[in-house]
Design a protein around this ligand. Structure first.
Ligand code: ES4
Ligand code: ZN
Length: 326
């Protein structure tokens, strides 16, 4: 009905989106063929049938396997172009896009091919559709800190094309603290900082990310709901959370959307945003997340408008650009 259209048309910033997680099965097979890479799946349907996960690790295994088809600058441009086309239809006016450089470097793909391909698609989207954006290099927390450090060094020739750095991959047993020196170096190079924390690990990881990494936003952060003192810190400091409802359900960190802590976090005064995380894998893009919340968790249009406004306020755009987005 009418409210569906309104949810899709609300102007939004997408702040938690892994570009490799926008790789739809059809494009994966097209790129596999183009690059003569053999995927360990029989067909598009076979791959699509594997999109059921027991936990974050199970998802990540499939995600890192499938992204092996990404080899050239054109592959990264095609991937980001496909995402930005879909994002436009979901009301996205600005996108701060994560990429997992280490996963590409280890296959021998140069940092320049990754960054140049993604930036070309972002530049096109700005020219053709007025969608602005930026790139956030995420370090893989389940690999050694030295590997993250090497990835930052590999990206330095393209540092002017980057907006920030982040921290992702398997969270439990991989706390943020050890990455403090890499984040410090990135911030000294003028990059913004965010980190996944409190997705599958407890609130203490969120606290540690704030204390040690200098992050300006927390990705997921849903476990903050377990720690009233941390909530007070997020509210007072206006530290945004980039929440991904469909992701949390698909990875079983939350039982169902009805039980999702998002409404409680909003009521507590936290600057909450809604995002799609890995939309090709989790059953929907960002407006689909808004729609699922409205259908299954009673999200009102007023609350949806607030979440969309929060996303623009929580983005790294200048205040002038933010005003033009609302
Ligand atoms: C991710 Cl859902 C999620 N969590 C942590 N790391 C990730 N990388 C891609 N998707
Ligand atoms: Zn994520």
């Amino acid at each position: 009905g009418e409210s569906v259209i309104e949810l899709f048309q609300l102007p939004k910033a997408e702040l938690h989106l892994h570009i490799e997680g926008t790789l739809e099965p059809g494009l994966a097979f097209e790129l596999a063929h183009r690059n003569r890479v053999t995927l360990p799946f029989g067909s598009v349907e076979d791959l699509a049938s594997r999109y059921r996960f027991e936990n974050l690790r199970g998802f990540l295994d499939l995600y890192y396997t499938t992204m092996a088809v990404l080899r050239t600058e054109d592959d990264f441009a095609d991937l980001a172009r496909a995402y930005l086309g879909r994002a436009k239809a979901q009301g996205v006016r600005h996108a701060e896009v994560f990429f997992d450089l280490q996963a590409h470097l280890r296959r021998g793909v140069p940092a320049e091919a990754v960054v140049d391909g993604l930036s070309a698609a972002l530049a096109e989207a700005e020219h053709d559709a007025g969608i602005t954006g930026g790139l956030i290099l995420c370090f893989l927390r389940d690999l050694p800190v030295a590997d993250a450090d090497a990835a930052l060094t590999a990206a330095m020739p393209r540092v002017d094309r980057l907006l920030g750095v982040g921290l992702d991959s398997a969270e439990l047993g991989h706390p943020p603290g050890p990455f403090a020196p890499v984040f410090r170096r990135a911030r000294e190079a003028g990059l913004r900082a965010v980190a996944h924390a409190g997705e599958e690990a407890p609130a203490a990881y969120i606290q540690e990310a704030l204390d040690t990494l200098g992050v300006e936003r927390v990705d997921h952060g849903i476990r903050a709901v377990d720690d009233p003192r941390l909530i007070e810190r997020l509210v007072t400091g206006r530290v945004p959370l980039t929440v991904c409802p469909l992701s949390n359900v698909r990875l079983k960190t939350v039982g169902s959307l009805r039980e999702h802590p998002l409404p409680e976090l909003m009521d507590l005064g936290v600057v909450v945003t809604v995002n799609s995380d890995d939309p090709a894998y989790f059953g929907g893009y960002v407006a689909d997340n808004f729609l699922a919340l409205s259908r299954e968790a009673g999200l009102t249009l007023r609350a949806a408008e607030r979440l969309a406004r929060n996303s623009i306020a929580a983005s790294f755009v200048t205040p002038g650009r933010a005003a033009s987005l609302i």
